[in-house]
Design a protein around this ligand. Structure first.
Ligand SMILES: [Zn+2]
Length: 229
């Protein structure tokens, strides 16, 4: 990461350092927030004025990831610099940046309630009003494909055009944002919604509301924070 070799020459060392430090801070927040365990999950940030992004190295934990360990990768998933191997899910990150020019950061985590619903095959619904403001049609689930596979990257590449959050069936969650902070906040809101839904289903045996009922309940002038998912 340190010399940013091979990337656009507008990208200076100070910019790379700043991006790396923001990623490290976000990684710790996600780890201590309980959104990942061990070395699972990966996060990345697009570098300004360059077709490249910084991503967590393979095998590192978001808990103690170091800024100078991050790996610089281009939008084809090719490593440009960094000592460590790239994260297994790098193809997903590269695919997203290549089709979403507005996306500045990608967060992939395994939040417990979101993952449970993704295994059980239940779509996360916007049961609470704040989540309705962010994903009024619920969170789209991407069919299972092996982690790191071309199939998974290709499916995410297509679905992320319509959504800022995707549940990966039997796996976890992907969120995107203009900034790493925005992508992390969306992860938090999706997981909070999933927790509410899991508890509601445990107590009542159902999600109580259908998508149509929720749309009717919350019908109001609202600004869609993310595109329909
Ligand atoms: Zn994963």
């Amino acid at each position: 990461m340190s010399n940013a070799k091979g990337a656009n020459n507008k990208m200076d060392e100070e910019t790379v350092k700043t991006v790396a430090e923001r990623l490290v801070k976000a990684g710790m927040e996600l780890y201590y927030g309980g959104y990942v365990k061990g070395a699972s999950g990966n996060i990345s940030m697009r570098l300004p004025h360059a077709e490249a992004f910084l991503i967590k190295p393979s095998g590192a934990s978001l808990r103690d990831m170091k800024a100078d360990e991050l790996v610089l990768v281009d939008f084809h998933g090719v490593k440009l610099s960094g000592k460590a191997a790239v994260s297994l899910e790098t193809p997903i990150h590269a695919a997203i940046y290549s089709v979403r020019k507005d996306v500045g950061a990608v967060v992939h985590t395994h939040p417990l309630a979101t993952t449970v619903l993704g295994i059980a095959g239940y779509k996360i619904l916007p049961l609470q009003v704040e989540s309705y403001m962010r994903f009024p049609e619920g969170v789209t689930m991407v069919p299972y494909a092996p982690p790191g596979s071309k199939m998974l990257a290709e499916t995410v590449k297509q679905r992320i055009l319509e959504c800022d959050a995707l549940v990966l069936e039997n796996h976890g969650l992907i969120t995107v944002g203009k900034t790493i902070e925005e992508a992390c906040r969306l992860t938090e809101i999706v997981e909070e919604s999933a927790k509410i839904q899991c508890m509601l289903m445990a107590i009542t045996g159902s999600s109580k509301y259908s998508e149509e009922e929720l749309a009717s309940k919350y019908s109001m002038n609202r600004k869609k924070s993310i595109q329909g998912c």
